[in-house]
Design a protein around this ligand. Structure first.
Ligand SMILES: C[S@@+](CC[C@H](N)C(=O)[O-])C[C@H]1O[C@@H](n2cnc3c(N)ncnc32)[C@H](O)[C@@H]1O
Length: 293
């Protein structure tokens, strides 16, 4: 294995109080991610595969996976880079990383190092990686530009950054959209802090522009579809409460009667996705992008 890639400073040393809260929120749903992993990954594996293809990850490559959650696409990349390559996978949440490490052990993967680190404070030396991956999250940053510039700096010449972000509009993530509509109908929620871009198709060009500003020439952007499948509409509700810090916070302190009413409203809104056997199939739209240093 190649020489260890050390960050130039301890990434977690300067986390703000907000970051502490953020990591606690993700810690609180880590067990939910483990529970729902087959559902998540059956839908999402195609996105990891495409990101790895777009980044042209090869045996022997050094790869960074930012905000890896419980370990993807890091573990898939680890199988691609093989014993001569190496993957560093970072996340803010120690509980997510614990589960990621368990998964790596179960799968017998030894060429991945998991590291607690804030995506906005990554400080690996210039040119440390042949590819950087980030499946879902870069557009959640308040100001992604500095982070994108840092990612580019950490890439070797001609190294690739491949990412997936959710598209905008009600068809991008219908479950979260409909669940939020039901919550707004029932509960007195504050207006969203950030006005989300609501025009479908607006996210790809905005991402390409941001990557261009960060110094990535010739960015390639494409849309992908992935389908989440559940056994019932009640499972959709349980899934949201288990994996989403937003819905966990929103619903967990509600009375049983309110939760029952909420489940009922959500089930009504999801009717268009219910199949003949009572299952639920929900199509989602994500944007994949790749830029080379
Ligand atoms: C939607 S999950 C995605 C996880 C994984 N990439 C996947 O696709 O399965 C978001 C992850 O981002 C992590 N995260 C959120 N903000 C972060 C930050 N500023 N730095 C590092 N990780 C962060 C969370 O802890 C969580 O594990």
């Amino acid at each position: 294995m190649e020489k260890e890639i050390e960050p130039m400073s301890t990434p977690s040393s300067g986390v703000t109080r907000d970051k502490e809260e953020l990591s606690q929120q993700w810690d609180s749903v880590a067990a939910g991610w483990k529970k729902w992993w087959p559902t998540i990954e059956d839908a999402a594996r195609c996105v990891s595969r495409r990101m790895i293809e777009l980044a042209e990850i090869q045996p022997g490559h050094r790869v960074l996976d930012i905000a890896t959650g419980i370990g993807e696409p890091a573990l898939l990349a680890a199988s691609r880079v093989g014993p001569t390559g190496r993957v560093v996978a970072t996340d803010l949440s120690s509980r997510m990383l614990e589960i990621a490490r368990e998964r790596a052990m179960t799968l017998g993967v030894t060429n991945v190092e998991f590291m607690e680190a804030d995506a906005e404070r990554l400080d690996f030396p210039d040119g440390s990686f042949d590819a950087v991956l980030w499946r879902w999250g870069v557009t959640d940053l308040p100001d992604p530009l500095n982070t994108l510039v840092a990612i580019r700096r950490m890439l070797a010449p001609n190294g690739a950054f491949a990412t997936a972000v959710w598209d905008a509009g009600p068809k991008a993530r219908p479950l979260a959209t409909l669940a939020m509509i039901a919550a707004r109908e029932m509960f007195d929620l504050p207006a969203p802090l950030v006005e989300e871009p609501s025009r479908p198709g607006s996210v790809g060009p905005a991402l390409a522009k941001a990557l261009g500003h960060a110094g990535f020439p010739d960015v390639r952007v494409e849309e992908m579809r992935l389908t989440l499948e559940f056994a019932s509409t009640d499972d959709c509700n349980r899934y949201l409460m288990d994996v989403s810090p937003v819905f966990a916070a929103l619903l967990s302190d509600k009375s049983p009667a309110e939760q029952g009413e909420y489940r009922h409203r959500l089930a009504e809104k999801l009717r268009q996705y219910v199949t003949a056997d009572g299952g639920v199939r929900i199509p989602n739209a994500t944007i994949c992008a790749v830029g080379r240093r």
